[in-house]
Design a protein. Structure first.
Lengths: 169, 313, 643
């Protein structure tokens, strides 16, 4: 038990510095001063898997670790959409998850916004046109930003989220 | 009279204002021990301010019980701040005793458990069931620890206990005293929902105890509930610090002793925070049906403390 | 119409009893003798502070229950006569001043309640459960009466008189065998009526079957008459009882309290849950009585008075909040047509007044500040915490056990009533009956509201109530005039000087101020006033029905696991598969029954032994006239030899 403590103290902080420029496609009108003003210092994110292959989830889970550490920017993942300000949606939105995604959006209190992750989230990506897929998160809920990639790296994800809330540079 | 009133208000304001800082410090410290930079110390304040500005989504299944619970919870913590010896040895409510404090905390638990059931979801019910089970099993330990303390000083009045132990510093190192402290420490972990009883940062509903009851709250209601939990943690830690190691607590209500009281309280809380952060980093969450074993262990510690006080009288 | 008038008459009798009782508590004395009315000693009634207290408890319970019954029985006169007999006999029991009066009143109380239990619910014929419950009740009540008579006759033989006043005078000089024998019999008889473990088995069977106003009276008042008997016997008729018996009484109280609440925790039947909770609260009262006996044996008069005060206060508090809970439960059961909590839910929206009364009762019984349950449990805690004044380690150990047990029951009661109130009142209705329940009629609401108001009055007025109770306690403990409890000022109560103090009015005001402060804080910090009504978060699930709510069985699962050595659950899974293949499951039936340790290990063997014995005796009744003639001849021969 104390070996773990010693190792932790000896290793020190391994967090990498905040990411720099990143291409983030920003859609919709829900941007700007309102979001930056409210969520600049504190953003609670609820991640929704709308039929993703889980590649994006694995990258998102890297954000919680010590190297990317999204908590230092005041970002925090929450379990319930009632506690969330932002929905981080992955996947091409399968037909069976469309209603669930809509209900999750419905359950989130205002003001809120949605970030679609990955090429699937943007327009269905690899699965676009499939019978089982609605195609892109913006077909179901209004999307404020899209972070492209298949999957986007944790650095890209972090840069994208920070850019939306106006915390970078 | 007015000095007492002023100090009472000051204590309540201090407790309410400092509670988020305590939670922030705990979070940041745990992050540092994990090798992360962690959130800034003031993060809980930013979270609270943001939550207050959001709308509250209320389920149509719920009733007025759901809506008044955050207020009752917060109000009971404000009253508890008048009962715990925070700065001055004599709490603002002169009849303050530990039995009253114990049941005051249970008042909040009762309403929160009802609110968890009110939403009609399985999560809330599960959280309520587990929370009241943990609270119920922690009660015998508290009363025996109180008994051990009351035996020594012949009163259950919190202010009197603090004054008498402050007058006899060596009492604080007697085995009965230390055992009672250990027992109440475990109860504190259980009642405030820290590891290893409950993980405050978990996202898996099946592992939640306290968090599951508040899944349905949003906006200002959620801000009040989280703030009240932070205050409960601060009050419990203050109780442990000032009841068992009361040096520095102000015995007169003049500016200099009060300032010393603030500083010493800060120091004691820092030590306790580091201790809790280290424990939380090192242990894993106990399986729910192992928690009664932990509480039984704390009961045994309290029983030993009573016996120790008896034998060493 | 006559039925309503009858219940109104009962309410008037109750009001008279309350006034007379309070007068008795405050010192009025009065007696009445009618030697020719009844054989073997005549009818004799007298009032003293203790009798006055219990008479007042009877009255305080009867008045709201009778008002409630005006609408609950809906003009049905069935059971009215038995109810009136019950009320009058319950009022006479504390007033009885000799053996015959007491026995008559006690027995008519038991008989009247037996009829009410068996007649029970709606429908022309008594239900199977009610008949079984009545049978167990009648058996235990009569066994108790036999024990009581044995004890009282022992005292009569030892003192030469059937009058209680004479026993009080002769108590110090009582021979020790007579004292022991009387103690054992009287304790057994009174404990059975009070519902202490292990003589409690009739309570959870009988109380749910009776109509709710009768259940309220049986739980809140009748069981307390058993406590009345224990107090009389323990302090007045038997002199100073050794501390060992007091310790035994305390241990029995702790066991009753813990076992009672543990069984209440796993109950799905709302009224049976309340019945088990009664066992728990009687256990708490008896903890106080046992502590008082121990303090008195150690010659600590003030502390003994304090313990009796705590016990008496809890008695009247329990009558108030258990009465409110039973009346409320009755209204809910009446409206929904079921006693099963798993089929209730959503009542708070359909029956708001009833729900408010039930919530207040639940808050009070969970001993939460600033209500009355908190005051009496707090008092009992402070009493037990002073046990080191007795310098005997074995007794201190018993007191420590009592403290731990009392704290455990406090916590478990909270869990139990979160379950009872939460699952009955909150969320969505889980059954047909609950979905179309409507609010109770006026008289029922009035009865419930009266008891809720009594709870609040008892909570906020301890400075008025406690000195009166101290007077009652002093009269039976025969302590000196200074007591351990004092009211300083109109608001604060002090225990043993500076040991502890309490002011419920201040607490109530502080909590109210806290709520106001919270509202102010929210507006100062700019909280958003926007609200949006939506559906419960169910993980985005499309089909969200009341079936997905937590049920009573689920809620008690952690307790069932932790205390499985007591419940000894029997899980049984039956899987019904398609005949073609065992992989196509059609239905799965899951049962997880809890078993009662006391039923299986105590009453089971006793009942089996009785069956064997009576089977043997039955052989004597062969039906043959020749054999009976032979019996007569044999008896005649034996008598001739003996004479």
């Amino acid at each position: 038990m104390f070996r773990q403590l010693r190792a932790g103290v000896r290793t020190g902080i391994v967090t990498e510095p905040a990411p720099s420029t990143q291409e983030v496609a920003l859609l919709g009108r829900q941007l700007g001063a309102e979001i930056r003003g409210r969520f600049g210092r504190s953003l609670h994110i609820r991640q929704v898997d709308a039929g993703s292959c889980n590649g994006c989830e694995l990258e998102i889970s890297g954000l919680i670790g010590p190297h990317y550490d999204l908590e230092r920017f005041g970002l925090h993942f929450v379990a319930s959409p009632r506690h969330a300000d932002c929905l981080l949606v992955t996947g091409p939105v399968t037909r069976t998850m469309a209603e669930a995604l809509r209900r999750t959006y419905e359950a989130t209190p205002d003001p809120k916004f949605v970030i679609a992750v990955g090429d699937c989230g943007a327009d269905g990506g690899l699965f676009a046109g499939s019978y089982a897929v609605v195609g892109g998160v913006d077909r179901v809920v209004p999307v404020a930003a899209v972070i492209p990639g298949c999957p986007p790296s944790p650095k890209a994800l972090l840069a994208g989220i920070l850019d939306v809330i106006g915390r970078r540079r | 009279m007015t000095a007492a009133l002023l100090v009472a208000v000051m204590q309540v304001v201090l407790v309410a204002a400092a509670a988020p800082l305590l939670v922030g410090a705990l979070r940041t410290l745990k992050a540092r021990l994990m090798g992360r930079r962690g959130p800034p110390l003031s993060q809980p304040y930013a979270d609270l301010r943001k939550r207050l500005a959001k709308e509250a989504v209320v389920s149509e299944t719920t009733s007025w019980v759901f809506r008044i619970t955050p207020f009752v919870l917060f109000a009971s913590m404000l009253v508890a701040a008048l009962v715990v010896p925070v700065l001055s040895a004599r709490p603002a409510l002169p009849f303050a005793g530990i039995v009253f404090l114990m049941y005051l905390f249970l008042l909040g638990t009762f309403f929160l458990a009802l609110a968890g059931l009110d939403a009609g979801s399985a999560f809330g019910g599960m959280g309520s069931s587990r929370a009241v089970a943990v609270a119920a099993l922690a009660e015998p330990t508290v009363i025996l620890a109180i008994f051990a303390l009351a035996l020594r000083v012949d009163t259950t009045n919190l202010g009197a206990i603090v004054e008498r132990i402050a007058g006899h510093p060596l009492l604080a190192l007697s085995p009965g005293h230390l055992l009672a402290f250990a027992a109440l420490f475990i109860v504190m972990i259980a009642e405030t929902g820290r590891l290893p009883v409950d993980n405050p940062a978990t996202h898996l509903e099946l592992t939640m105890v306290h968090e599951a009851m508040v899944l349905e709250y949003s906006g200002p209601y959620l801000a009040l509930v989280e703030w009240a939990s932070a205050m409960k943690l601060l009050l419990f830690m203050t109780l442990l610090a000032n009841l068992f190691f009361p040096w520095g607590v102000a015995t007169t209500l003049t500016p200099v002793p009060l300032a010393i009281a603030v500083v010493t309280l800060g120091l004691k809380l820092t030590v306790l925070t580091v201790f809790i952060a280290v424990i939380e980093t090192l242990v894993a969450k106990l399986r729910l049906f192992r928690v009664p074993e932990l509480l039984a262990g704390s009961f045994a510690l309290a029983l030993f403390s009573v016996m120790a006080v008896f034998l060493l009288r | 119409m006559t039925a309503r008038l009858g219940y109104a008459l009962a309410a008037v009798v109750g009001a008279v009893a309350t006034v007379a009782g309070i007068a008795g508590v405050l010192g009025a004395t009065w007696s009445f003798r009618a030697p020719a009315l009844v054989p073997l000693g005549g009818l004799e009634l007298s009032i003293d502070p203790l009798a006055g207290f219990f008479l007042a408890v009877v009255g305080l319970g009867v008045v709201p229950a009778s008002i409630y019954a005006v609408d609950y029985m809906g003009g049905d006169a069935r059971g009215l006569f038995a109810y009136l007999v019950l009320v009058v006999s319950m009022a006479v029991v504390p007033l009885a001043a000799n053996v015959v009066t007491f026995a008559l009143a006690w027995e008519s109380m038991s008989l009247a309640s037996y009829f009410l239990v068996v007649e029970g619910g709606a429908g022309p014929r008594a239900s199977r459960d009610a008949v079984d419950a009545g049978w167990v009740y009648a058996l235990m009540a009569h066994a108790g009466l036999a024990a009581l008579l044995a004890g009282m006759l022992t005292l009569t033989a030892a003192t030469g008189s059937t009058r209680f006043a004479d026993w009080m005078v002769a108590a110090p000089a009582l021979a020790s065998e007579a004292r022991l024998g009387a103690l054992v019999f009287l304790a057994a008889g009174f404990s059975g009526k009070a519902g202490l473990v292990p003589l409690h088995v009739w309570l959870p069977r009988a109380h749910p079957e009776a109509p709710s106003h009768v259940s309220a009276l049986m739980s809140g008042v009748m069981t307390k008459l058993g406590v009345y008997g224990l107090l009389r016997a323990g302090f007045e008729w038997l002199g100073v009882i050794p501390a060992g018996w007091g310790a035994g009484l305390l241990v029995v109280g702790v066991i009753s309290a813990v076992v009672g609440v543990l069984y209440a925790l796993v109950e799905r039947d709302l009224k049976r849950l309340l019945a088990f909770s009664t066992i728990e609260n009687v256990g708490i009262v008896v903890i106080g009585v046992g502590a008082a006996v121990m303090f008195r044996a150690a010659d600590l008069g003030p502390l003994a008075v304090l313990a009796v005060v705590a016990a008496l206060y809890h008695t009247v508090n329990h009558a108030a909040f258990k009465g409110a809970l039973f009346l409320g439960a009755g209204a809910v059961v009446h409206a929904t047509g079921t006693r099963n909590m798993d089929a209730m839910g959503g009542i708070i929206k359909r029956m708001p007044w009833t729900a408010a009364c039930i919530l207040l009762g639940a808050l009070a019984i969970s001993a939460l500040p600033p209500l009355n349950g908190f005051v009496s449990e707090w008092l009992l805690f402070q009493t037990l915490l002073q046990n080191t004044e007795i310098a005997r380690p074995e007794l201190n150990l018993v007191f420590t056990l009592g403290l731990a047990g009392l704290a455990l029951t406090g916590g478990l009661t909270l869990a139990c009533f979160v379950k009872a109130a939460g699952l009955t009142l909150l969320a969505l209705p889980r059954g047909e009956g609950a979905a179309c329940a409507h609010e109770a009629p006026v008289a029922m609401r009035a009865g419930m509201a009266a008891l809720s108001a009594l709870c609040v009055a008892l909570a906020l007025g301890p400075t008025a109530v406690l000195p009166a109770l101290a007077g009652v306690a002093r009269s039976i403990v025969r302590a000196s005039s200074d007591t351990a409890i004092a009211a300083r000022g109109p608001l604060t109560v002090h225990v043993s000087g500076d040991f502890a103090s309490l002011s419920t009015v201040t607490i109530a005001l502080a909590l109210a101020a806290g709520v106001a402060a919270t509202v102010v804080v929210l507006s100062v910090l700019g909280a958003s006033p926007r609200r949006r009504i939506s559906e419960t978060w169910g993980c985005g699930r499309i089909l969200q029905t009341p079936r997905m709510e937590y049920t009573a069985t689920a809620f008690s699962n952690p307790f069932q696991r932790v205390f499985d050595f007591l419940y000894r659950p029997l899980p049984a899974v039956d899987i019904d598969a398609h005949p073609e293949s065992r992989f196509f499951v059609r239905t799965i039936r899951y049962r997880n029954e809890t078993r009662s340790v006391i039923d299986d290990w105590l009453y089971g063997p006793i009942a089996a032994a009785m069956r064997v014995a009576t089977g043997g005796v039955r052989r004597l009744q062969s039906g043959s006239a020749n054999l009976y003639l032979a019996y007569i001849l044999a008896a005649l021969l034996v008598l001739l030899v003996l004479a």
